[in-house]
Design a protein around this ligand. Structure first.
Ligand code: NAD
Length: 482
């Protein structure tokens, strides 16, 4: 595959230093290609290009930008299979998942924001003989920094509303998954987006991400990634009073109430636990089950987990591929070891040495889906983000205890409640300290709704009107009527 270059001011260019890094297929541990390893010099060039493009792009009308978004959606849609293949190669995720979730949603993100903005009117208020007109302008140059688990899905979730609201962009994808961001840059180039409106700088977080956050001309930062990195981003951006949106880590509870129809919901529970090898920030990684149904739940859940087909990501039948890297596999396994040290019992899965995945390359970053029981709900294994195919099971004796257990972690991103009684589920959901709760479903997303976390899972909301508000500045013009 061709090397991956930066995209700056409408040109594909090497890092100024000439340095590169490798992007690796984690399912085989082989190098796919070399990627520009950029630094603050490249960020400065990209930011300057974005600044120069900002005036003309910001002066286009919303209607014109809606047409651009539709054009981009069409161009991506016609290459959906390429996107899915690239994403599967770079992340080790099953091709079926990459098609259904990554490629489809990347197209939808552009399509959704184009349609959401149609007919949008800024509010007007009249009082005291005056009319107040709320005028929106772009923030200016915005920095978009994204992680590796849903690479183009999350990047396009930021690029679409940023462009819509008239901003110009300096983006940085994860160094682990640059392929689809590069494909997006090629697509934007192909559809003729003006030079400098979208700039892409590849490289490591401390060398490129940090430089984007530090750059005084980047006026807003939308960051999705881990909580520890989010703290650094916040500490750097806050003294410059930049607009900041932080979508961070999670440790989400899946709550199974005593009336839940176990056979019906089992597939949903397994999906909520192990989609993308558990590497979705919204995955439920601590399952809280009413004690009266705990034994029956454990038997059904473990059997369903053991039915998951793990294997070659490019095999159509594969349901779970590898994790993102050998380093990440080591981190996840360290948590399995911690779980055992904290008194947990492995019900299925476990360390790859003891429970290897068969029929896959030995060098691949594979792990079996792992279920741990008998851990305290306040143990480190049950409260720290693992971000891999590991869940812990905990029994509760009443709803108050379940609420307490669900809210035990420092995070507050998502959760789900499973019950035969939707009103009961709704009431329970309102007691959970999270940004999103699903009742009897998971990852069911209406893109108009607010998305984001509380506590250490982030600050701010994205989605629909919230993204439009984040990517714009509002001026209230108060006009005294004659
Ligand atoms: P990460 O924090 O390591 O990296 C995220 C991005 O930040 C990468 O592009 C990285 O290069 C960059 N980065 C690293 N150091 C930086 C710095 N000092 N300044 C600026 N940028 C820097 O996260 P990750 O390992 O790529 O992704 C996994 C994490 O992302 C998990 O914690 C997961 O929960 C979280 N996540 C959250 C959401 C959400 O919507 N809340 C969605 C997906 C993933």
């Amino acid at each position: 595959m061709e090397p991956v270059l930066n995209y700056i001011n409408g040109n594909f260019v090497r890092a100024a230093s000439g340095f590169t890094l490798d992007t690796v297929n984690p399912a085989t541990n082989t190098v796919i290609t070399q990627v520009a390893r950029s630094d603050a010099t490249d960020v400065a060039t990209a930011t300057q290009a974005a600044r120069q493009a900002a005036t003309a792009w910001g002066a286009t009308t919303m209607e014109e930008r809606i047409v651009w978004l539709e054009r981009i959606a069409d161009a991506l849609e016609s290459e959906a299979e390429t996107i899915a293949q690239l994403e599967s190669l770079d992340t080790g995720k099953p091709i079926s998942l990459a098609r259904r979730v990554d490629a489809a949603r990347s197209v939808d993100n552009f399509r959704f924001f184009a349609s959401h903005a149609k007919g949008h009117q800024d509010p007007m208020f009249s009082d005291h003989g005056a009319v107040n007109h709320v005028h929106r302008s772009p923030v200016g140059v915005v920095g978009l920094i994204t992680p590796w688990n849903l690479p183009l899905y999350l990047l396009s979730w930021k690029v679409a509303p940023a462009l819509l609201m008239g901003n110009t962009i300096v983006a940085k994808p994860s160094e682990l998954t640059p392929l689809t961001a590069n494909f997006l840059a090629k697509t934007l180039h192909k559809v003729g987006l003006p030079p400098g409106v979208f700039n892409l700088v590849h490289g490591y977080g401390p060398e490129v991400g940090q430089a984007i956050v530090e750059h005084p001309d980047v006026r807003g930062i939308s960051f999705t990634g881990g909580t520890a990195t989010g703290k650094l981003v916040a500490a750097t951006a806050a003294p410059m009073f930049k607009k900041l949106s932080l979508e961070l880590g999670g440790k989400n509870a899946t709550v199974v109430l005593d009336d839940a129809p176990l056979d019906e919901i089992m597939e949903g529970l397994v999906r909520a636990s192990f989609t993308n090898s558990g590497q979705v920030c919204l995955c439920g990684s601590r399952i809280l089950v009413d004690a009266s149904i705990y034994d029956s739940f454990v038997a059904k859940f473990v059997a369903a987990v053991e039915d998951l087909r793990i294997g070659d990501p490019l095999d159509e039948a594969t349901q779970m591929g590898s994790v993102i890297s050998q380093d990440h596999k080591t981190k996840v396994e360290s948590y399995i070891q911690l779980g055992i040290a904290e008194g947990g019992t492995v019900l299925t899965g476990g360390l790859s040495e003891e429970a290897p995945v068969t029929g896959v390359p030995a060098e691949g970053a594979y792990l079996r889906p792992t279920v741990l029981a008998e851990l305290s709900a306040s143990s480190r294994t049950a409260t720290e983000e693992i971000f891999g195919p590991v869940v812990t099971l905990h029994a509760f004796s009443n709803e108050d205890e379940a609420v307490e257990m669900a809210n035990l972690t420092a995070y507050g991103l998502a959760g789900s409640v499973w019950t035969a009684d939707t009103e009961r589920g709704h009431a329970f959901a309102k007691r959970m300290e999270t940004g999103i709760v699903w009742v009897n479903t998971w990852l069911n997303r209406d893109l108009r709704t607010p998305f984001g976390g509380v506590k250490q899972s982030g600050v701010g909301r994205e989605g629909g009107d919230w993204s439009m508000a984040f990517f714009s500045e509002m001026t209230n013009v108060c006009i005294q009527l004659p």
